[in-house]
Design a binder for this molecule. Sequence first.
Ligand SMILES: Cc1cc2nc3c(=O)[nH]c(=O)nc-3n(C[C@H](O)[C@H](O)[C@H](O)COP(=O)(O)OP(=O)(O)OC[C@H]3O[C@@H](n4cnc5c(N)ncnc54)[C@H](O)[C@@H]3O)c2cc1C
Length: 181
Amino acid sequence: MARGALARWGVESIEGVAAESIADGGVRLGNGTNLEGDMVFVATGIRPSPLFRNSGLPTGEDGGLLVNDFLQCVDHPELFGGGDCISLAKSPLARVGVYAVRQNRPLHRNMVAFLEGRPLERFDPGGDYLLILNLGDRMGLFRRKGIVWSGRLPFQLKNYLDTGFMRKFQVSGELQESREE
Ligand SMILES: Cc1cc2nc3c(=O)[nH]c(=O)nc-3n(C[C@H](O)[C@H](O)[C@H](O)COP(=O)(O)OP(=O)(O)OC[C@H]3O[C@@H](n4cnc5c(N)ncnc54)[C@H](O)[C@@H]3O)c2cc1C
């Protein structure tokens, strides 16, 4: 359905070849083809920084810091991590903000507990997460637990959830003023 939406927007997909370089608004592909464009967006997906691998730390297959259920580096218990840069040893998770947000509290609690010598809390990734893609033109693509649904309502739901989530992180005028002081 997502591919169908791209095709409807006139987006051509070229697969099985890597982009080699970007220069002067054009992209050169590994097979020698040059693609011209007014604007180039790089949307290559998420890959953890090579910092971990280069430091000789244990990493998952894609280079994320390998952590246990307590979000603690498997070889260095004094190192903690969460979000896109880690790889859970038991079951690597998709790199989505949903997990980064879910890890936030246990990560903070465990770091404090570690410093204070208290027992750590296991991170529970929770169940499947809701995925809604914005297909443009106020259309969305909903996917959860095997149910896939495309239409206007998924977009409205995404918009409602996203704006509500962003509102939670707005700094209030009062707080901003006290910071400026
Ligand atoms: C376009 C886009 C749309 C997305 N939409 C969604 C969505 O709708 N729902 C969802 O769940 N997820 C979404 N995601 C994924 C989500 O944004 C990430 O999974 C989430 O932000 C990961 O959080 P994080 O704290 O691990 O990393 P980040 O949010 O990437 O934060 C890492 C921070 O570390 C900083 N940093 C990096 N290197 C260094 C360094 N060497 N020194 C100091 N600081 C450094 C960076 O500047 C950044 O501020 C989206 C991602 C993108 C790119």
